[in-house]
Design a protein around this ligand. Structure first.
Ligand SMILES: Cc1cc2nc3c(=O)[nH]c(=O)nc-3n(C[C@H](O)[C@H](O)[C@H](O)COP(=O)(O)OP(=O)(O)OC[C@H]3O[C@@H](n4cnc5c(N)ncnc54)[C@H](O)[C@@H]3O)c2cc1C
Length: 465
Protein backbone atom coordinates (compact mmCIF):
# COMPACT_ATOMS: atom_id res chain seq x y z
CA UNK A 1 0.00 0.00 0.00
CA UNK A 2 1.25 3.48 -0.80
CA UNK A 3 1.95 5.58 2.27
CA UNK A 4 0.07 8.41 0.61
CA UNK A 5 -3.07 6.53 -0.36
CA UNK A 6 -5.57 6.17 2.49
CA UNK A 7 -6.78 2.58 2.80
CA UNK A 8 -10.48 1.90 2.43
CA UNK A 9 -12.08 1.37 5.83
CA UNK A 10 -13.85 -1.93 5.14
CA UNK A 11 -11.97 -4.02 7.72
CA UNK A 12 -10.04 -1.97 10.23
CA UNK A 13 -8.51 -4.78 12.25
CA UNK A 14 -5.91 -5.98 9.69
CA UNK A 15 -5.22 -2.36 8.68
CA UNK A 16 -4.95 -1.57 12.38
CA UNK A 17 -2.39 -4.28 12.99
CA UNK A 18 -0.28 -3.04 10.09
CA UNK A 19 -0.61 0.56 11.29
CA UNK A 20 0.53 -0.40 14.76
CA UNK A 21 3.59 -2.20 13.39
CA UNK A 22 4.46 0.85 11.29
CA UNK A 23 3.89 3.14 14.29
CA UNK A 24 6.33 1.14 16.40
CA UNK A 25 9.01 1.94 13.82
CA UNK A 26 8.05 5.58 13.54
CA UNK A 27 7.45 6.91 17.07
CA UNK A 28 8.68 6.04 20.57
CA UNK A 29 6.24 5.11 23.33
CA UNK A 30 3.82 2.82 21.50
CA UNK A 31 2.04 0.63 24.08
CA UNK A 32 0.03 -2.46 23.25
CA UNK A 33 -2.83 -4.24 25.04
CA UNK A 34 -1.56 -6.43 27.86
CA UNK A 35 1.25 -4.09 28.96
CA UNK A 36 1.18 -2.18 32.24
CA UNK A 37 1.70 1.11 30.41
CA UNK A 38 -1.29 0.43 28.15
CA UNK A 39 -3.43 -0.32 31.22
CA UNK A 40 -2.31 2.88 32.95
CA UNK A 41 -2.79 5.10 29.90
CA UNK A 42 -6.26 3.77 29.11
CA UNK A 43 -7.60 4.36 32.63
CA UNK A 44 -10.89 6.26 32.70
CA UNK A 45 -12.57 7.87 35.69
CA UNK A 46 -16.00 6.57 34.71
CA UNK A 47 -15.63 2.79 34.80
CA UNK A 48 -18.73 2.50 32.57
CA UNK A 49 -16.61 3.94 29.75
CA UNK A 50 -13.57 1.70 29.36
CA UNK A 51 -11.44 2.42 26.32
CA UNK A 52 -9.67 -0.30 24.34
CA UNK A 53 -7.71 1.20 21.45
CA UNK A 54 -5.49 -0.85 19.14
CA UNK A 55 -2.46 0.85 20.71
CA UNK A 56 -1.57 3.92 22.77
CA UNK A 57 1.03 6.44 21.69
CA UNK A 58 2.41 8.29 24.71
CA UNK A 59 3.21 11.48 22.82
CA UNK A 60 6.45 13.23 23.80
CA UNK A 61 5.76 16.26 21.61
CA UNK A 62 3.79 17.56 18.62
CA UNK A 63 6.03 15.61 16.23
CA UNK A 64 4.80 12.30 17.69
CA UNK A 65 1.19 13.46 17.35
CA UNK A 66 1.75 14.54 13.76
CA UNK A 67 3.54 11.31 12.80
CA UNK A 68 0.77 9.22 14.39
CA UNK A 69 -2.00 11.10 12.61
CA UNK A 70 -0.28 10.90 9.20
CA UNK A 71 0.55 7.25 9.57
CA UNK A 72 -2.92 6.31 10.80
CA UNK A 73 -4.45 8.14 7.84
CA UNK A 74 -2.23 6.25 5.47
CA UNK A 75 -3.48 2.95 6.90
CA UNK A 76 -7.12 4.04 7.13
CA UNK A 77 -7.15 3.86 10.92
CA UNK A 78 -8.68 6.52 13.16
CA UNK A 79 -7.02 8.39 16.02
CA UNK A 80 -8.48 9.37 19.39
CA UNK A 81 -7.01 11.55 22.14
CA UNK A 82 -6.99 11.36 25.92
CA UNK A 83 -5.16 13.34 28.60
CA UNK A 84 -6.63 12.23 31.93
CA UNK A 85 -9.53 9.89 31.07
CA UNK A 86 -12.01 12.14 32.92
CA UNK A 87 -14.17 12.66 29.85
CA UNK A 88 -13.94 9.33 28.03
CA UNK A 89 -17.01 8.49 25.97
CA UNK A 90 -15.58 6.67 22.92
CA UNK A 91 -14.78 2.96 22.99
CA UNK A 92 -11.84 3.53 20.57
CA UNK A 93 -11.96 -0.14 19.58
CA UNK A 94 -10.48 0.28 16.10
CA UNK A 95 -8.55 3.47 16.79
CA UNK A 96 -5.10 4.44 17.95
CA UNK A 97 -5.08 6.56 21.09
CA UNK A 98 -2.74 9.52 21.40
CA UNK A 99 -2.14 10.07 25.13
CA UNK A 100 -1.04 13.60 25.98
CA UNK A 101 -0.16 13.02 29.65
CA UNK A 102 3.53 13.82 29.23
CA UNK A 103 2.95 17.09 27.35
CA UNK A 104 3.38 18.85 30.66
CA UNK A 105 4.87 22.27 29.82
CA UNK A 106 3.46 25.05 31.97
CA UNK A 107 4.72 28.64 31.92
CA UNK A 108 3.06 31.56 33.67
CA UNK A 109 3.82 35.08 32.38
CA UNK A 110 2.81 37.16 35.42
CA UNK A 111 3.48 40.58 33.91
CA UNK A 112 1.37 39.98 30.81
CA UNK A 113 -1.07 37.76 32.72
CA UNK A 114 -1.16 34.69 30.55
CA UNK A 115 -0.07 31.07 30.71
CA UNK A 116 1.07 28.47 28.23
CA UNK A 117 -0.30 25.05 29.12
CA UNK A 118 0.69 21.68 27.63
CA UNK A 119 -2.10 19.29 26.66
CA UNK A 120 -1.26 16.94 29.54
CA UNK A 121 -1.58 19.53 32.32
CA UNK A 122 -4.43 19.38 34.84
CA UNK A 123 -6.09 22.55 36.15
CA UNK A 124 -4.68 21.91 39.65
CA UNK A 125 -1.16 22.57 38.38
CA UNK A 126 -2.20 25.75 36.57
CA UNK A 127 -3.93 27.08 39.71
CA UNK A 128 -0.84 26.27 41.77
CA UNK A 129 1.52 28.00 39.31
CA UNK A 130 -0.65 31.12 38.93
CA UNK A 131 -1.50 31.62 42.64
CA UNK A 132 1.86 33.04 43.83
CA UNK A 133 1.32 35.91 41.35
CA UNK A 134 -2.23 36.55 42.59
CA UNK A 135 -3.52 35.24 39.27
CA UNK A 136 -6.24 32.74 38.43
CA UNK A 137 -7.13 30.52 35.48
CA UNK A 138 -10.75 29.94 34.52
CA UNK A 139 -10.94 26.27 35.54
CA UNK A 140 -13.94 23.99 36.07
CA UNK A 141 -15.34 22.54 39.27
CA UNK A 142 -12.67 19.83 39.44
CA UNK A 143 -8.98 20.85 39.32
CA UNK A 144 -8.17 17.21 38.52
CA UNK A 145 -9.62 17.64 35.02
CA UNK A 146 -7.29 18.35 32.08
CA UNK A 147 -7.14 22.03 31.07
CA UNK A 148 -7.15 21.32 27.33
CA UNK A 149 -9.93 18.71 27.46
CA UNK A 150 -12.11 21.15 29.39
CA UNK A 151 -11.26 24.22 27.27
CA UNK A 152 -12.02 22.49 23.98
CA UNK A 153 -15.51 21.80 25.36
CA UNK A 154 -16.15 25.47 26.20
CA UNK A 155 -15.73 25.03 29.92
CA UNK A 156 -18.21 26.08 32.53
CA UNK A 157 -16.60 26.72 35.90
CA UNK A 158 -17.56 27.96 39.38
CA UNK A 159 -17.12 31.62 38.34
CA UNK A 160 -18.64 31.25 34.86
CA UNK A 161 -21.41 33.83 35.34
CA UNK A 162 -18.98 36.60 36.28
CA UNK A 163 -16.12 35.63 33.93
CA UNK A 164 -17.64 33.64 31.08
CA UNK A 165 -16.76 30.39 29.41
CA UNK A 166 -13.25 29.14 30.11
CA UNK A 167 -12.63 28.91 26.36
CA UNK A 168 -13.26 32.67 26.11
CA UNK A 169 -9.86 33.12 27.81
CA UNK A 170 -7.97 31.20 25.10
CA UNK A 171 -5.43 33.29 23.16
CA UNK A 172 -3.95 30.51 21.05
CA UNK A 173 -4.05 26.78 20.43
CA UNK A 174 -1.28 24.68 18.99
CA UNK A 175 -2.96 21.81 17.27
CA UNK A 176 -2.24 18.94 14.94
CA UNK A 177 -5.12 18.81 12.49
CA UNK A 178 -6.29 15.61 10.80
CA UNK A 179 -3.94 16.24 7.86
CA UNK A 180 -1.04 15.89 10.30
CA UNK A 181 -0.02 19.56 10.13
CA UNK A 182 0.96 21.36 13.36
CA UNK A 183 -0.75 24.76 13.33
CA UNK A 184 -0.79 27.80 15.56
CA UNK A 185 -4.40 28.94 15.84
CA UNK A 186 -5.52 32.36 17.08
CA UNK A 187 -8.42 34.67 16.35
CA UNK A 188 -6.30 36.13 13.55
CA UNK A 189 -4.29 33.14 12.28
CA UNK A 190 -6.67 30.32 11.26
CA UNK A 191 -9.84 32.01 12.62
CA UNK A 192 -12.08 29.13 11.45
CA UNK A 193 -10.15 26.63 13.54
CA UNK A 194 -10.12 29.10 16.45
CA UNK A 195 -13.92 29.17 16.25
CA UNK A 196 -14.20 25.37 16.05
CA UNK A 197 -11.68 24.39 18.73
CA UNK A 198 -13.66 26.34 21.35
CA UNK A 199 -16.55 23.95 21.89
CA UNK A 200 -15.79 21.39 19.17
CA UNK A 201 -13.58 19.28 21.48
CA UNK A 202 -11.40 16.93 19.42
CA UNK A 203 -13.43 17.33 16.22
CA UNK A 204 -10.84 19.40 14.36
CA UNK A 205 -7.54 18.34 15.83
CA UNK A 206 -5.36 17.18 18.67
CA UNK A 207 -4.32 20.20 20.70
CA UNK A 208 -0.74 19.99 21.95
CA UNK A 209 -0.67 23.28 23.92
CA UNK A 210 -2.92 26.21 24.69
CA UNK A 211 -2.30 29.79 25.78
CA UNK A 212 -4.85 31.42 28.07
CA UNK A 213 -5.41 34.80 29.71
CA UNK A 214 -5.12 34.77 33.50
CA UNK A 215 -7.38 36.77 35.81
CA UNK A 216 -6.33 39.11 38.56
CA UNK A 217 -8.35 37.20 41.15
CA UNK A 218 -6.31 36.01 44.15
CA UNK A 219 -9.37 35.38 46.33
CA UNK A 220 -13.12 34.88 45.99
CA UNK A 221 -15.96 34.77 48.50
CA UNK A 222 -17.45 31.33 48.20
CA UNK A 223 -17.86 27.77 49.33
CA UNK A 224 -20.46 25.17 49.95
CA UNK A 225 -23.56 24.89 52.18
CA UNK A 226 -25.07 21.51 53.05
CA UNK A 227 -28.59 21.22 54.41
CA UNK A 228 -30.17 18.25 56.20
CA UNK A 229 -33.08 16.27 54.76
CA UNK A 230 -35.74 18.17 56.71
CA UNK A 231 -34.63 21.47 55.14
CA UNK A 232 -34.09 20.34 51.55
CA UNK A 233 -37.49 21.47 50.23
CA UNK A 234 -37.47 24.94 51.79
CA UNK A 235 -33.89 25.70 50.74
CA UNK A 236 -34.36 24.41 47.19
CA UNK A 237 -37.50 26.52 46.73
CA UNK A 238 -35.68 29.61 48.04
CA UNK A 239 -32.68 28.89 45.81
CA UNK A 240 -34.98 28.71 42.78
CA UNK A 241 -36.34 32.18 43.52
CA UNK A 242 -33.00 33.65 44.68
CA UNK A 243 -31.23 32.72 41.42
CA UNK A 244 -33.62 34.88 39.46
CA UNK A 245 -32.38 37.94 41.38
CA UNK A 246 -28.69 37.02 41.70
CA UNK A 247 -26.35 39.55 40.02
CA UNK A 248 -23.76 38.24 37.55
CA UNK A 249 -20.94 38.45 40.14
CA UNK A 250 -22.47 35.35 41.71
CA UNK A 251 -22.24 31.84 40.25
CA UNK A 252 -24.26 29.12 41.95
CA UNK A 253 -25.44 25.57 41.63
CA UNK A 254 -27.46 23.23 43.76
CA UNK A 255 -27.38 19.46 44.11
CA UNK A 256 -29.86 17.06 45.67
CA UNK A 257 -27.49 14.44 47.05
CA UNK A 258 -28.04 10.86 48.17
CA UNK A 259 -24.58 9.89 49.34
CA UNK A 260 -24.33 6.20 50.21
CA UNK A 261 -24.09 5.36 53.90
CA UNK A 262 -20.44 4.37 53.69
CA UNK A 263 -16.90 5.73 53.88
CA UNK A 264 -15.48 8.10 52.70
CA UNK A 265 -18.67 10.17 53.05
CA UNK A 266 -18.90 12.04 56.39
CA UNK A 267 -21.71 11.06 58.81
CA UNK A 268 -23.81 14.25 58.62
CA UNK A 269 -24.09 13.93 54.84
CA UNK A 270 -24.37 10.22 54.11
CA UNK A 271 -27.33 7.87 54.19
CA UNK A 272 -29.90 10.65 53.79
CA UNK A 273 -31.11 13.15 51.23
CA UNK A 274 -29.17 16.40 51.56
CA UNK A 275 -29.00 19.63 49.60
CA UNK A 276 -25.66 21.13 48.58
CA UNK A 277 -25.72 24.81 47.58
CA UNK A 278 -22.52 26.05 45.91
CA UNK A 279 -21.83 29.77 45.69
CA UNK A 280 -18.90 31.85 44.44
CA UNK A 281 -19.00 35.64 44.47
CA UNK A 282 -16.22 37.52 42.65
CA UNK A 283 -17.28 41.04 43.68
CA UNK A 284 -16.94 42.72 47.09
CA UNK A 285 -16.98 39.93 49.73
CA UNK A 286 -19.25 41.99 51.99
CA UNK A 287 -21.86 42.10 49.24
CA UNK A 288 -21.39 38.36 48.64
CA UNK A 289 -22.08 37.75 52.32
CA UNK A 290 -25.30 39.76 52.03
CA UNK A 291 -26.29 37.73 48.99
CA UNK A 292 -25.88 34.32 50.61
CA UNK A 293 -27.68 35.49 53.75
CA UNK A 294 -31.00 34.68 52.03
CA UNK A 295 -30.00 31.02 51.78
CA UNK A 296 -28.40 30.83 55.23
CA UNK A 297 -31.60 32.31 56.69
CA UNK A 298 -33.82 29.45 55.52
CA UNK A 299 -32.28 26.84 57.81
CA UNK A 300 -29.08 26.15 59.69
CA UNK A 301 -26.69 24.33 57.34
CA UNK A 302 -25.00 21.18 58.67
CA UNK A 303 -21.84 22.26 56.83
CA UNK A 304 -21.02 25.85 55.84
CA UNK A 305 -17.68 26.64 54.17
CA UNK A 306 -18.70 29.92 52.50
CA UNK A 307 -16.06 32.54 53.30
CA UNK A 308 -13.27 34.48 51.62
CA UNK A 309 -11.00 31.83 50.17
CA UNK A 310 -7.96 31.63 47.87
CA UNK A 311 -9.00 31.20 44.25
CA UNK A 312 -6.51 28.31 44.09
CA UNK A 313 -8.80 26.37 46.49
CA UNK A 314 -11.78 26.69 44.12
CA UNK A 315 -11.99 22.89 43.79
CA UNK A 316 -13.23 22.75 47.40
CA UNK A 317 -16.52 24.39 46.38
CA UNK A 318 -17.83 21.33 44.51
CA UNK A 319 -15.37 18.85 46.08
CA UNK A 320 -15.86 16.52 43.11
CA UNK A 321 -14.68 12.94 43.61
CA UNK A 322 -11.55 11.97 41.67
CA UNK A 323 -11.40 8.20 42.14
CA UNK A 324 -12.67 6.02 39.29
CA UNK A 325 -16.29 4.90 39.78
CA UNK A 326 -18.98 3.24 37.63
CA UNK A 327 -21.38 6.07 36.84
CA UNK A 328 -24.47 6.68 34.78
CA UNK A 329 -24.54 10.34 33.77
CA UNK A 330 -27.25 12.27 31.96
CA UNK A 331 -27.44 15.94 31.17
CA UNK A 332 -30.10 18.43 30.10
CA UNK A 333 -30.37 22.12 29.40
CA UNK A 334 -33.20 24.13 30.92
CA UNK A 335 -34.77 27.41 29.84
CA UNK A 336 -35.67 28.37 33.41
CA UNK A 337 -36.06 26.95 36.92
CA UNK A 338 -37.52 29.21 39.62
CA UNK A 339 -39.80 28.08 42.44
CA UNK A 340 -41.94 26.00 40.07
CA UNK A 341 -38.84 24.18 38.77
CA UNK A 342 -37.72 23.55 42.35
CA UNK A 343 -41.16 22.13 43.21
CA UNK A 344 -41.02 19.80 40.23
CA UNK A 345 -37.52 18.64 41.13
CA UNK A 346 -38.68 17.93 44.68
CA UNK A 347 -41.52 15.79 43.28
CA UNK A 348 -39.04 13.91 41.12
CA UNK A 349 -36.03 13.52 43.40
CA UNK A 350 -36.69 15.20 46.74
CA UNK A 351 -36.90 13.64 50.21
CA UNK A 352 -39.39 10.79 50.44
CA UNK A 353 -39.25 10.09 46.70
CA UNK A 354 -37.54 6.84 45.74
CA UNK A 355 -34.65 7.81 43.46
CA UNK A 356 -31.57 5.86 42.46
CA UNK A 357 -29.44 8.94 41.73
CA UNK A 358 -26.50 9.98 43.88
CA UNK A 359 -26.71 13.53 42.59
CA UNK A 360 -29.18 15.70 40.73
CA UNK A 361 -27.38 18.97 40.07
CA UNK A 362 -28.74 22.21 38.64
CA UNK A 363 -26.22 24.90 37.64
CA UNK A 364 -27.37 28.41 36.92
CA UNK A 365 -25.88 29.71 33.66
CA UNK A 366 -26.42 33.16 32.14
CA UNK A 367 -24.34 36.21 32.99
CA UNK A 368 -21.10 36.37 30.97
CA UNK A 369 -21.65 32.83 29.69
CA UNK A 370 -24.06 34.44 27.22
CA UNK A 371 -21.36 36.84 25.98
CA UNK A 372 -18.05 36.21 24.24
CA UNK A 373 -17.05 35.72 20.63
CA UNK A 374 -19.00 33.23 18.56
CA UNK A 375 -17.55 29.74 18.78
CA UNK A 376 -18.61 26.12 18.37
CA UNK A 377 -20.08 26.09 21.89
CA UNK A 378 -23.63 26.27 20.64
CA UNK A 379 -25.86 26.89 23.65
CA UNK A 380 -24.60 30.05 25.34
CA UNK A 381 -28.16 31.20 25.93
CA UNK A 382 -29.33 28.23 28.03
CA UNK A 383 -30.47 29.38 31.49
CA UNK A 384 -29.62 26.28 33.55
CA UNK A 385 -27.86 22.94 33.15
CA UNK A 386 -29.06 19.78 34.90
CA UNK A 387 -26.69 16.87 35.51
CA UNK A 388 -27.96 13.58 36.93
CA UNK A 389 -25.49 11.01 38.24
CA UNK A 390 -26.18 7.49 39.47
CA UNK A 391 -23.78 4.90 40.83
CA UNK A 392 -23.94 1.68 38.83
CA UNK A 393 -23.47 -0.56 41.87
CA UNK A 394 -25.19 -3.96 41.82
CA UNK A 395 -27.94 -2.97 44.30
CA UNK A 396 -29.36 -0.25 42.02
CA UNK A 397 -27.70 -0.57 38.61
CA UNK A 398 -30.83 -1.98 36.95
CA UNK A 399 -32.98 0.99 37.85
CA UNK A 400 -30.45 3.84 37.59
CA UNK A 401 -30.88 4.39 33.85
CA UNK A 402 -34.68 4.39 33.80
CA UNK A 403 -34.77 6.50 36.96
CA UNK A 404 -32.50 9.12 35.34
CA UNK A 405 -34.80 9.19 32.31
CA UNK A 406 -37.81 9.64 34.61
CA UNK A 407 -36.20 12.68 36.23
CA UNK A 408 -35.10 14.17 32.90
CA UNK A 409 -38.52 13.72 31.30
CA UNK A 410 -40.21 15.00 34.45
CA UNK A 411 -38.53 18.37 33.98
CA UNK A 412 -40.26 18.53 30.56
CA UNK A 413 -41.74 22.06 30.74
CA UNK A 414 -38.32 23.52 31.56
CA UNK A 415 -36.27 21.43 29.11
CA UNK A 416 -34.80 22.77 25.92
CA UNK A 417 -33.02 20.95 23.12
CA UNK A 418 -29.29 20.60 23.23
CA UNK A 419 -26.48 19.69 25.55
CA UNK A 420 -23.07 20.99 26.58
CA UNK A 421 -19.97 19.44 24.98
CA UNK A 422 -18.32 18.64 28.33
CA UNK A 423 -21.40 17.20 30.05
CA UNK A 424 -23.11 15.16 27.32
CA UNK A 425 -22.21 11.56 27.97
CA UNK A 426 -22.44 10.03 24.51
CA UNK A 427 -20.27 9.68 21.44
CA UNK A 428 -20.41 10.02 17.68
CA UNK A 429 -23.57 11.22 16.03
CA UNK A 430 -25.68 11.08 19.21
CA UNK A 431 -23.20 13.44 20.91
CA UNK A 432 -22.92 15.83 17.96
CA UNK A 433 -26.69 16.06 17.52
CA UNK A 434 -27.18 16.98 21.19
CA UNK A 435 -24.30 19.39 21.46
CA UNK A 436 -24.32 21.36 18.20
CA UNK A 437 -27.05 23.24 16.40
CA UNK A 438 -27.42 22.15 12.74
CA UNK A 439 -25.61 25.34 11.68
CA UNK A 440 -22.64 24.73 13.97
CA UNK A 441 -22.49 21.04 12.95
CA UNK A 442 -22.49 22.01 9.26
CA UNK A 443 -19.62 24.46 9.72
CA UNK A 444 -17.62 21.90 11.71
CA UNK A 445 -18.25 19.30 8.99
CA UNK A 446 -16.94 21.66 6.31
CA UNK A 447 -13.85 22.42 8.39
CA UNK A 448 -13.31 18.77 9.21
CA UNK A 449 -13.35 17.85 5.51
CA UNK A 450 -10.89 20.64 4.75
CA UNK A 451 -8.40 19.95 7.56
CA UNK A 452 -8.88 16.21 7.87
CA UNK A 453 -9.48 14.92 4.33
CA UNK A 454 -9.03 11.24 5.29
CA UNK A 455 -11.40 11.50 8.27
CA UNK A 456 -8.71 10.25 10.62
CA UNK A 457 -9.93 11.96 13.80
CA UNK A 458 -12.36 9.69 15.63
CA UNK A 459 -14.00 12.67 17.37
CA UNK A 460 -15.15 14.06 13.99
CA UNK A 461 -17.30 11.07 13.06
CA UNK A 462 -20.35 12.62 14.72
CA UNK A 463 -20.34 15.73 12.53
CA UNK A 464 -19.24 13.84 9.40
CA UNK A 465 -21.90 11.12 9.68
C1 LIG B 1 -15.25 15.43 38.34
C2 LIG B 1 -15.50 16.20 37.07
C3 LIG B 1 -15.92 17.51 37.13
C4 LIG B 1 -16.14 18.23 35.97
N1 LIG B 1 -16.53 19.54 36.05
C5 LIG B 1 -16.66 20.27 34.93
C6 LIG B 1 -16.97 21.65 34.98
O1 LIG B 1 -17.15 22.22 36.04
N2 LIG B 1 -17.10 22.32 33.82
C7 LIG B 1 -16.90 21.74 32.60
O2 LIG B 1 -16.99 22.41 31.58
N3 LIG B 1 -16.60 20.42 32.52
C8 LIG B 1 -16.49 19.68 33.64
N4 LIG B 1 -16.19 18.36 33.57
C9 LIG B 1 -16.14 17.73 32.27
C10 LIG B 1 -14.73 17.83 31.68
O3 LIG B 1 -14.40 19.17 31.41
C11 LIG B 1 -14.67 17.04 30.38
O4 LIG B 1 -14.98 15.70 30.64
C12 LIG B 1 -13.31 17.17 29.73
O5 LIG B 1 -13.38 16.67 28.42
C13 LIG B 1 -12.27 16.39 30.48
O6 LIG B 1 -11.03 16.59 29.85
P1 LIG B 1 -9.81 15.65 30.23
O7 LIG B 1 -8.70 15.99 29.32
O8 LIG B 1 -9.59 15.71 31.69
O9 LIG B 1 -10.40 14.20 29.89
P2 LIG B 1 -10.00 13.16 28.77
O10 LIG B 1 -10.83 11.96 29.03
O11 LIG B 1 -8.54 12.96 28.71
O12 LIG B 1 -10.48 13.84 27.43
C14 LIG B 1 -11.86 13.94 27.17
C15 LIG B 1 -12.09 14.53 25.82
O13 LIG B 1 -11.58 15.86 25.76
C16 LIG B 1 -11.09 16.13 24.46
N5 LIG B 1 -9.64 16.30 24.53
C17 LIG B 1 -8.81 15.92 25.52
N6 LIG B 1 -7.55 16.25 25.21
C18 LIG B 1 -7.60 16.82 23.99
C19 LIG B 1 -6.61 17.36 23.11
N7 LIG B 1 -5.31 17.35 23.45
N8 LIG B 1 -7.00 17.86 21.93
C20 LIG B 1 -8.31 17.89 21.58
N9 LIG B 1 -9.28 17.38 22.35
C21 LIG B 1 -8.92 16.87 23.54
C22 LIG B 1 -11.40 14.92 23.62
O14 LIG B 1 -12.66 15.10 23.01
C23 LIG B 1 -11.44 13.82 24.65
O15 LIG B 1 -12.21 12.71 24.25
C24 LIG B 1 -15.96 17.61 34.72
C25 LIG B 1 -15.55 16.29 34.65
C26 LIG B 1 -15.32 15.59 35.81
C27 LIG B 1 -14.86 14.16 35.71
Amino acid sequence: MSFLTPATRTDLRPAGAAAVRALQDAVPGVHLPGSDAYAALTTTSNLMHPVSPLAVVAATGPADVSATVRLAAAFGVQVAVQGTGHGATEEMRDAILVHTGTLDELTVHPQERWARIGAGVRWAHVLEAAAPHGLAALCGSSPDVGAVGMLTGGGLGPVARSHGLSSDTVRAFEVVTGDGVLRRVTAVEEPDLFWGLRGGKGTLGIVTAVEVDLLDLPTVYGGSLWFAEADVAAVLRTWGQWCELLPDEGTTSVAVMRLPDMDPFPPPLRGQVTLNVRFVWTGDPAVGEEMIRAIRAVAAPVVDTVQTMPYAALGDVHADPVDPMPLHESHHLLDGFGVAGADRLLELAGPGVPSAQVMVEVRQLGGKVREGDPCAYAHRDAAYSMFVVGLMIPEVAQVVTSDAARIGEGMGPWLRDGGLPNFTDSAGRAWAERVFTPLVARRLRTLSRAYDPAGVLLAARGVRA
